[in-house]
Design a protein around this ligand. Structure first.
Ligand code: ADP
Ligand code: MG
Length: 734
């Protein structure tokens, strides 16, 4: 897709190789993809075609070297972008940004203005492109902006291409931007991410310089491929449940007799209506230049996955937002609602997002590729050890970066990795690390080949280690996979954290090595000696974070405690990590977040937890009082009448009476839990962090009790009276 030899375009070019391959395949499907791929994206190719040479060079300078654009350049680019957008039917443009809501935001302005002579002219100036001014006071700022301090700016991110979002009668040019306050403080998820990418680049380049492998490399960035899980349910059923429409999850409901226990959904053949939906989602995403590739059924009934090819992290994060929005938008056209919540249904699997992260040079070299004789690949071992050290030192920050009310249902619930952050390395790398600890590694374990025992089947190349589904941070061949991100979350923040902590460890290692190397041009063996001794110490200090066993087991929880690894079970436990001196120094040192910016995030996350939980509790109370209790009372009345009628008929009424007592008892407990919950909501403390703990300790248990009561009622109240669709209906797609 992109043709310059510069960094991130290389990563993207590598990742979009499939496009050329599929075009070469010359079948109708591949041709269709080839025709629509990237048509609604103003990418580098289009800029090259449409911009004067000098301006195009300035754009590349801005993208790859962070050089400033002149006013004239900005005007020329804006005009070309506007012409392209209008040709493609756009009537409006917007600065598209990612405030701390975790969603995206956009304010549309017309591309046409009256010309004063009764007609209109189309216009997008350089200023319109580069800078916008949305009201900052109505977005979460965690104290950075008060209501009276409303000024905020959006600033064009030239590294992420503009795109057009279209519907039946609209087409809007969206310009990716960062969002900051009047005094330059980051109010969004993109600004710190971009800063973290800069920090990573600086430190990773030092390592390449040490090994003399930096020739021709202009920068290093992280690469990211995000697998997204989601549920589809029938739209009408979704809207018949206030819990789904308000909270995107069921607050009541019990598991049907058949759910996922037959393991017949995972990778099962995809239902035609669902496949139609997936194909349309993919078409829209291809059009937006999102290289989606993988689709399949997931474990739970009604659960699916979509995954793109990896790209540079900034673009991948923007694209991830587009994936979520597109899933939601297209679902309606197929009569579905798409649920991105982490735990929409109790008793069946929840949804996550697997965050595949690696490091790539501008020349397209994956720095986490161990290659064949890994023990000789010292540079790889440096990068691997940097990740090990980073994750061990900052496990608490990684945990905090994925903490929210919805993900709390998942982490540690034996379907997602535990809340204890550890690293899975697999047999080969673990062996290597053990060798390193003792001295110099001198062998690389090999996987060999698998003979399948039938003449007609091929022998398979076996990986040098098995996979581990229970590890939160797993090495998977040539990348690390953070498997604990929630399905509804923006991935920008977890990747900001990963980039920053790895930058710090690379800085540490580079400083160690540079300090010990006596000459500026050491011999290979001098270098080897210094590097190995630095890494040996890192392994000794941080190997406790490596764990290849079953992360779901109780033994691991005990073992992890012995090793001193943090086990931050819930969001209120996890968030304080953001306010530690360690975190403040880290983000300040690498210029990713100032103390005020970091504090504001801690406050926003706590407030979001509290608000979400409060909305859920209030929704439960209203469902209990307005829907479930009336149904239960009606059922009770029917049973009471049955008791009376049975007695009148001279038949022993014991059975009916027992049913009556059972329902009356459940109603009593259910009603009293609702009353109790209502009362507790009036006692939540003011301070957001205190409130979060209060909600977790006092409100959440009562919500659970209320749910248990409601689910008990659901199991005995006559089906014709039950006021909402049940799990059996929700989880069956016709
Ligand atoms: P899995 O078997 O783990 O489910 P998938 O194919 O579903 O694998 O997803 C793997 C993801 O990892 C894809 O998005 C893929 O593009 C991404 N990936 C592969 N290599 C890299 C890399 N070097 N950096 C970042 N992501 C990568
Ligand atoms: Mg996958």
């Amino acid at each position: 897709m992109l043709s310059t030899s510069d960094p991130h375009s290389e990563a993207i070019a590598a990742s979009s190789k499939w496009q050329k391959q599929s075009a070469a395949g010359n079948n109708a499907g591949a041709q269709r993809i080839d025709e629509i791929y990237g048509t609604d994206v103003f990418d580098q190719r289009k800029m090259r075609e449409r911009l004067p040479k000098g301006t195009y060079k300035s754009v590349l300078g801005a993208i790859f070297k962070g050089q400033r654009l002149t006013q004239l350049d900005a005007d020329v680019i804006a005009t070309a972008m506007k012409d392209w957008a209008i040709e493609r039917g756009a009537t409006h443009y917007c600065h598209w940004f990612q405030p701390m809501t975790g969603l995206t935001a956009e304010k549309h302005d017309g591309l046409s203005i009256p010309d004063g002579e009764g007609g209109v002219v189309f216009q997008l100036s350089g200023n319109d492109l580069v800078q916008g001014e949305p009201d900052a006071s109505s977005f979460p700022s965690g104290g950075l902006r008060a209501t009276f301090e409303a000024r905020g700016y959006t600033a064009w991110d030239p590294t992420s291409p503009a795109f057009i979002v279209r519907g039946a009668n609209y087409a809007t040019l969206c310009i990716p931007t960062a969002f900051v306050s009047w005094n330059g403080e980051a109010l969004d998820k993109k600004t710190p991410l971009l800063r973290s990418i800069d920090a990573l680049n600086t430190q990773a380049m030092r390592v390449l310089k040490i090994f003399g492998t930096d020739a021709g490399v202009s920068s290093i960035g992280s690469t990211l491929g995000v697998e997204q899980e989601y549920f589809l349910v029938d739209r009408n059923l979704y809207h018949a449940r206030p819990d789904l429409t308000t909270c995107d999850r069921t607050l009541f409901g019990s598991r049907p007799p058949k759910h996922q226990q037959l393991e017949d959904h995972y990778f099962g053949s995809i239902q035609p209506r669902v496949l139609g939906f997936m194909a349309e989602v993919e078409d829209e995403l291809y059009r937006l230049g999102v290289p989606v590739r993988t689709r399949h059924n997931e474990v739970a009934p009604g659960q699916y996955e979509i995954a793109p090819l990896f790209e540079n992290t900034n673009i991948a994060c923007d694209h991830q937002m587009l994936v979520m929005e597109t899933l939601k938008r297209v679902a309606g056209r197929y009569g579905f609602a798409c649920i991105l919540h982490e735990k929409p249904f109790a008793g069946v699997n929840g949804s996550g997002k697997h965050n595949n992260w690696s490091l790539s040079t501008s020349t397209g070299v994956n720095l986490l590729d161990p290659q064949d004789e890994t023990h000789t690949n010292l540079q790889f071992i440096v990068f691997m050890c940097a990740v090990i050290r980073a994750v061990d030192l900052h496990a608490d920050l990684i945990r905090a970066s994925i903490a929210n009310a919805s993900n709390d249902h998942r982490l540690g619930a034996n379907e997602a990795p535990p809340a204890i952050i550890s690293i899975f390395l697999g047999d080969m790398l673990t062996d290597l690390v053990e060798q390193l600890e003792k001295g110099a590694p001198n062998r690389t374990l090999k996987g060999g080949r698998l003979d399948l025992g039938a003449r007609t089947l091929p022998t398979l190349r076996r990986d040098s280690g098995d996979r581990n589904r229970t590890s939160p941070f797993a090495f998977t061949g040539n990348k690390f996979e953070l498997r604990a991100v929630g399905s509804s979350a923006s991935v920008a923040w977890p990747n900001t954290v990963i980039n920053t902590i790895v930058a710090e460890s690379l800085d540490y290692i580079a400083t160690e090595i540079e300090g010990k190397l006596k000459s500026a041009s050491p011999t290979e063996s001098q270098l080897e000696k210094v590097v190995k001794s630095a890494l040996q110490q890192i392994v000794k200090d941080h190997k406790r974070v490596i764990f290849n066993g079953d992360g779901y087991s109780n033994e691991w929880h005990e073992e992890a405690a012995k090793r001193g690894l943090p086990n931050l079970a819930s969001t209120p436990d996890a968030l304080p990590a953001l306010q530690s001196a360690k975190a403040r120094n880290l983000f300040k040192k690498y210029k990713v977040l100032s103390r005020a910016e970091l504090d504001s995030r801690a406050e926003i996350f706590a407030e979001q937890y509290n608000t979400r939980m409060r909305i859920e509790a209030e929704t439960m109370i209203s469902m209990a009082r307005q829907m479930m209790l009336p149904a239960a009372f009606e059922h009770q009345r029917r049973v009471a009448e049955t008791v009376a009628a049975t007695e009148r008929a001279g038949i022993d009424p014991t059975d009916a009476r027992e049913s009556l007592e059972e329902v009356a008892d459940l109603i009593r407990r259910f009603k009293s839990a609702a009353t109790q919950l209502d009362g507790l909501l009036g006692k939540v403390p003011e301070d957001p962090h205190k409130a979060a703990r209060y909600i977790r300790d006092h409100i959440f248990p009562v919500m659970e009790a209320l749910r248990a009561g409601g689910d008990g009622l659901e199991s005995i109240v006559s089906a014709d009276l039950w006021p909402m669709p049940t799990y059996r209906e929700l989880l069956t797609i016709r």
